[in-house]
Design a protein around this ligand. Structure first.
Ligand code: ADE
Length: 279
């Protein structure tokens, strides 16, 4: 029988020492060292150490031919900058898959669809990901055509390469994996999961530089705290991210809360959980 350990921070969750990782990420990058301290630090570092998350780095330069192992070349049609040649990338991708199996292949590029919390959840469910980092002016389009299942950008700005984007994605996805965050509830009750920004939070001391923690949060009245947080979350969303409301419009209850009205009483449905159903 294999040895087991308790997964840090998750009561009751036990994990065999030789269990496969829950999140397995293949990084294809010309600059693997960029990730060194990132992968050793904080909760992600502990998850990597515990084998819950596995990150394997592969450098396409190791698959480049010639004395100089050149991985880039000038762009057909002219234009500034260099483009990553397809052969070293393709060889790296195929070698990794040959050795460790197929993964969901994500090319990181500013021209991709925007990464968001829903995509983080979807990637966490996949379990095995390959993040392909571009560099220079871009990647030969045949890599996108032939090898990418998904093309993702982390924001409407251009980075020098996909490495920092990959780090962002790894962190957002890894913290959704059981045992990484150490507090499962925090991934549910937070920004974006319901299309709303998170409510503001305070800790000790109760007073700091003349600012005090809102009284309601110290009242011990859980129902009032919950309503207050909901209202603050809505106010923030309206003020800072009205675009979220286009995708996920205010409900009647939320509208009432914002306007300081009592929400309309909803009729309880009849049926098994309705007024006549079992309690
Ligand atoms: N590579 C360069 N810029 C990027 C971005 N915004 N997102 C993902 N990959 C990138």
């Amino acid at each position: 029988m294999s040895k087991e350990s308790v997964v840090r921070g998750v009561p009751g969750v036990r994990r065999a020492h030789d269990a496969p990782p829950i999140l397995d990420v293949e990084l294809i990058t010309l600059f693997p060292d960029i990730f060194d301290s990132f992968l050793r630090t904080s909760l992600l570092g502990k998850a990597v150490e515990a084998g819950i998350v596995r990150i394997t780095r592969t450098n396409p330069r190791d698959f480049a031919r010639g004395r100089h192992r050149q991985v880039d070349d000038s762009c057909y049609g002219g234009g500034p900058g260099m483009v990553l040649r397809p052969e070293p990338l393709a060889a790296a991708i195929e070698t990794v898959q040959g050795e460790r199996g197929r993964a969901h292949r994500v090319l990181l590029a500013p021209s991709g669809r925007l990464f968001d919390q829903a995509t983080a959840f979807a990637f966490a469910r996949r379990g095995r990901l390959m993040l392909i980092c571009g560099r220079y002016e871009g990647v030969d389009e045949r890599i996108a055509d032939l090898f990418a299942d998904d093309i993702v950008s982390i924001g409407d700005y251009v980075l020098a390469g996909g490495e920092l984007a990959a780090a962002v994605i790894i962190e957002a996805v890894a913290r959704l994996v059981p045992g990484v965050l150490g507090c499962e509830a925090s991934t549910v009750d937070e920004s974006f999961s319901a299309g709303r920004l998170e409510y503001p939070q305070w800790t000790r001391p109760p007073e700091f530089l003349g600012r005090s923690v809102p009284e309601v949060l110290r009242s011990g009245n859980h129902a009032e705290v919950a309503t207050w947080r909901r209202l603050e979350s809505l106010r923030r969303t309206v003020a800072r991210r009205p675009d979220l409301l286009l995708r996920c419009p205010l409900s009647e209850d939320e509208q009432a809360l914002l306007e300081g009205r009592k929400p309309k009483r909803r009729r309880k449905p009849s049926g098994p959980d309705g007024p006549d159903g079992p309690r």
